[in-house]
Design a protein around this ligand. Structure first.
Ligand SMILES: *Cc1c(COP(=O)(O)O)cnc(C)c1O
Length: 268
């Protein structure tokens, strides 16, 4: 609700009462409750949406807006177990930039990514790995936040994810949950900073890169097992294999199970 209100403000859409919207959504689910699957593996996807509806051509503050909530029953994201994804990392494409709206869930962030997603698919990958700046910082994967679990250059086990400090990263709720769980476990160092492509390549070469995964509401976690990296200095593609599926302990799986156990009410 906080993220949606922040996004509404940035898009000059009217503010609204988040607690009231929560109550409306709860009432809507009570009315629609037979659409909620009687199952531990499927769920009801809820998408609150806010759009301006002024009948004008000009670009101005919205005087009229519509807030509506779409719901739909969805099946399990992983019907046959985790399906790892391959990511196309092409530094020529940028998802977000300082001063922009990458940190907001705003419609305009998604249309320009569809073509890049298609290019990724044409190259045998599933999604784009979004890089930023000349040092090729890793920012996000498709519409997911990204996590890297490695042995860092100081020899420490570390979970790392990009920070929310410069507006490039969408503040994912799943990202926040993973950080909170990791800090509770205290099994390894937890750091919010950008990994760069050079660091990823070096850690792979030195066999220090253990897992890489995306995070988001729909999938919870999505293993990354390959990066197809376009080296713009040589104009050649480099195929980087990530041992996410083989790594033990499998912390990515522990995050998934912990979050599913919180979300799914089990009848004992
Ligand atoms: C929605 C989204 C995420 C994930 O956010 P969750 O709240 O965890 O679902 C991450 N990155 C982008 C670009 C997104 O649109």
């Amino acid at each position: 609700m906080e993220r949606m209100k922040k996004t509404a403000m940035r898009a000059s859409l009217p503010d609204f009462d988040g607690d009231e919207l929560m109550k409306l959504i709860s009432d809507m689910i009570m009315l629609d409750k037979e659409w909620v699957p009687y199952s531990n593996t499927s769920s009801l996807y809820i998408r609150p949406t806010l759009i301006g509806t002024d009948p004008t051509l000009g670009i101005d503050f919205s005087q009229q807006a519509k807030l509506f909530v779409l719901t739909g029953p969805v099946g399990t994201y992983y019907p046959t177990g985790f399906q790892p994804v391959a990511l196309l990392a092409d530094p020529e494409f940028v998802r977000a930039f300082p001063g922009g709206v990458g940190g907001c869930k705003m419609g305009c962030n998604y249309a320009p990514t569809i073509m890049v997603g298609k290019l990724a698919q044409d190259m045998g990958c599933q999604q784009a790995l979004w890089l930023y700046d000349s040092d090729e910082k890793i920012t996000e994967a498709g519409t997911m936040n990204i996590f890297v679990y490695w042995i860092n250059e100081q020899g420490e086990e570390e979970l790392i994810t990009p920070p929310l400090t410069d507006g490039l990263i969408l503040p994912g709720v799943t990202r926040d949950s993973i950080l909170e769980i990791a800090n509770e476990w205290k099994k390894f160092k937890v750091t919010e900073r950008y990994p760069t492509m050079a660091e990823i390549k070096r850690s792979l070469k030195e066999k220090r890169l253990l897992q890489m995964f995306g995070s988001g509401t729909a999938c919870v976690v999505a293993p990354v097992n390959r990066i197809l990296y376009k080296n713009i200095k040589t104009n050649e593609y480099e195929n980087l294999q990530i041992p996410t599926m083989e790594a033990r302990p499998n912390f990515m799986l522990h995050f998934y199970n912990t979050i599913m156990d919180i979300q799914v009410y089990k009848h004992l």
